[in-house]
Write a protein that binds this ligand. Sequence first.
Ligand code: DQA
Length: 142
Amino acid sequence: KRILVIHGPNLNILGKREPVIYGHVTLDEINRRLIEQAQAATAELKVFQSNAEHELIGRVQAAMDDDTDFIIINPAALTHTSIALRDAIAATDVPFIEVHLSNIYTREHFRRMSYFSDIAVGVISGLGVAGYELALQFALAN
Ligand code: DQA
């Protein structure tokens, strides 16, 4: 099984970014845990982070041709703005779970709107790092 994890803008500075909201765990630590979890299930896990919308679109488009079975994506702020990234993931036809570390429904009003949720298999928001791990557990089992 081939799983792709995509992290959007500003997630590279996790750990030192608004830790009250996003916690102290770094992106490297998150990725390491996910890779271990995938290896234990003999699955292949690839990780990609970018602050640039076009690079994220490019990576999602590449998933059309690299036999990706499942995508776990935290589009970060692009959740609320990017029709282009939504269109890219819709084009791949690869099932995906949308993950947010924070609960986007308890924060500013503008975070409640997602361009991804209606085409996602499911959405996990507010469970911190566990959200990625639960999404991966689902991806490995389905
Ligand atoms: C986020 C929530 C978004 O609203 C925000 O722009 C982020 C991170 C989260 O993981 O909680 O960058 O996707």
